[in-house]
Ligand binder design. Structure first.
Ligand code: NAD
Length: 485
């Protein structure tokens, strides 16, 4: 099936590339299914999008904030009204199961609603002064033009949680989605346009990271960059933006631990580790990629885990009963299979899986078996590096202290969970674990939109968290006013 050509949007106008070049948006569960085609824009197009955004932003900055909020709430309503179709599209484009897509679309709706309501709550501070007849207050002002660059793994939620706060704060945006998932991204822009967002405030450009993306990080006309993606590109942005001293927010990789103590409800721990490790095909920055299990219960935990994982039905996410979809592309699949080989070569014991699935249900897509390694030691590459696929490494600890030490012995620090019935141990874990998100008796995955999100160590860069009201700090600068009367 061949897909229709969709446009990019600059200044409210639909555009394609000057030389007519396009790229294909392919269903990873069935590579014969071309979901859409999108323009392969050039660096010059990105330059134009930034100029157009800069020109449009001044008027948006003085648009009353509740009016900006009204547009976001309207977009939430549009997305909600189209939720079922969007979820199917998301599954076709990215591969996750329909249930996972529905949850992600619902999250995008909540995000637009939440920041829409912020139209009435974009507050500063009003404080007493040490001087007589003086009031002090603070105002929030927009930054100007923001580059938003996003990955493919949450292709509607992540753009939404960056675009919505950027807009409510009065910024104009140039948005580049990942090339695996441009259509669901286009639908966000389309919903905002239909909600009355003025032309030029949200510009949508597709094309290679190395040209279009590179302009979005190096242009002197950009005031801030919000990026989610790999550590490698994050490092490049740090170098490019550091030289110009602009505000950046980088949300990068994870290698998240689930610690299972000897007083845990083992059945629940198994279920939650399965959800964290193999839900979303393990392609979540918050995925559980390490299970750190106390020695005394490790045998029982592993046995129950293997039994449960054997029952995971892998297939096209649109099919009823499928629990795990394909990985997003051939390159990503090969990287995962290479890591599995690395684990075997390093001497870890392969408990389950390890291969590409190629039977009749799987031959057209990029399917990898849910894979479990045990006897993993903390220095192995499979215990340290982000694999970004359905691969779980089990490590044994002799004590609670050793489990925390193993959890922290890593350069990442995004999310971490613990399974225990002990409140004191849960609190000790909360205090000692080096992670930006901590879950007790819950999977490492799964976030709510109204609270801050971000990691410790190499998982995040930039002092300001995403999501919740905290996100407003990134997208505004504070002006302090001393009013004498
Ligand atoms: P990626 O870094 O390859 O790409 C992310 C985006 O950057 C894409 O839009 C890409 O086109 C663009 N890009 C690539 N090269 C660029 C360049 N030189 N200049 C500017 N832009 C460029 O990442 P990915 O493969 O799309 O996503 C997977 C990664 O994202 C994983 O490492 C995962 O952990 C991370 N991630 C992190 C979070 C988080 O919140 N911490 C959430 C989701 C995903």
């Amino acid at each position: 099936m061949s897909g229709s050509l969709y446009p990019c949007i600059i200044g409210g106008e639909k555009i394609v590339s000057a030389d007519g070049k396009v790229f294909k948006d392919i269903n990873p569960a069935d590579t014969g299914d071309i979901v859409a085609e999108f323009p392969l824009l050039s660096r010059q197009d990105a330059v134009r999008a930034i100029d157009v955004a800069r020109e449009a932003q001044a008027k948006w900055a003085v648009t009353p904030v509740p009016e900006r909020g009204r547009i976001l709430v309207k977009a939430a309503q549009i997305l909600e009204g189209e939720a079922d179709e969007l979820a199917r599209l998301l599954t076709r484009e990215e591969g996750k199961t329909l249930a996972e897509s529905r949850a992600e679309v619902a999250r995008a709706v909540s995000i637009f609603r939440f920041y829409g309501v912020m139209g009435y709550r974009l507050r500063g501070e009003f404080t007493p002064s040490a001087e007589p007849n003086t009031h002090i207050f603070t105002l929030r002002e927009p930054l100007g033009v923001v580059s938003i660059i996003t990955p493919w793994n949450f292709p509607i939620a992540i753009p939404s949680w960056k675009i919505a706060p950027a807009l409510i704060c009065g910024n104009a945006v140039v948005f580049k989605p990942a090339s695996y998932t441009p259509l669901i991204a286009y639908r966000i822009v389309d919903a905002l346009q239909r909600s009355g967002l003025p032309p030029g405030i949200l510009n949508f450009i597709t094309g290679p990271g190395s040209t279009v993306g590179s302009e979005l990080i190096s242009s002197p006309k950009i005031d801030a960059i919000s990026f989610t993606g790999s550590l490698e590109v994050g490092e490049e942005i740090k170098r490019a933006a550091g030289a110009r001293n602009i505000r950046i927010q980088l949300e990068l990789g994870g290698k998240n631990p689930a610690v299972v103590l000897d007083d845990a409800d083992i059945d629940r721990a198994v279920e939650m580790v399965v959800r964290g490790a193999f839900g979303l095909t393990g392609q979540a920055c918050t995925a559980t990629s390490r299970a750190i299990v106390l020695d005394s219960i490790a045998g029982e935990f592993e046995k129950k885990l293997v039994e449960r994982v054997k029952r995971i039905k892998v297939g096209n996410g649109l099919v009823e009963g499928v629990e795990m979809g394909p990985v997003v592309g051939e390159k990503e699949m090969n990287k995962i299979l290479d890591y599995i080989q690395v684990g075997v070569n390093e001497g870890a014991k392969l408990l389950l899986g390890g291969k590409r699935l190629t039977g009749p249900e799987h031959s057209k897509g990029y399917f990898v078996e849910p894979t479990i390694f045990t006897d993993v030691n903390p220095d192995m590459r499979i215990a340290q590096e982000e694999i970004f696929g359905p691969v779980l490494a089990i490590m044994r600890a002799h004590s609670f202290d050793e489990a925390i030490e193993l959890a922290n012995k890593i350069e990442y620090g995004l999310s971490a969970s613990i399974f225990t019935r002990s409140l004191p141990r849960a609190f000790e874990f909360i205090n000692r674990v080096q992670a930006g998100v901590v879950k007790i008796n819950k999977p490492t995955t799964g976030l709510e939109p109204h609270v801050p999100f971000g990691g410790y160590k190499k998982s995040s860069f930039g002092m300001m968290r995403e999501q919740g009201e905290t996100a407003l700090d990134f997208y505004t600068k504070i002006k302090t006013v001393y009013l004498g009367y």
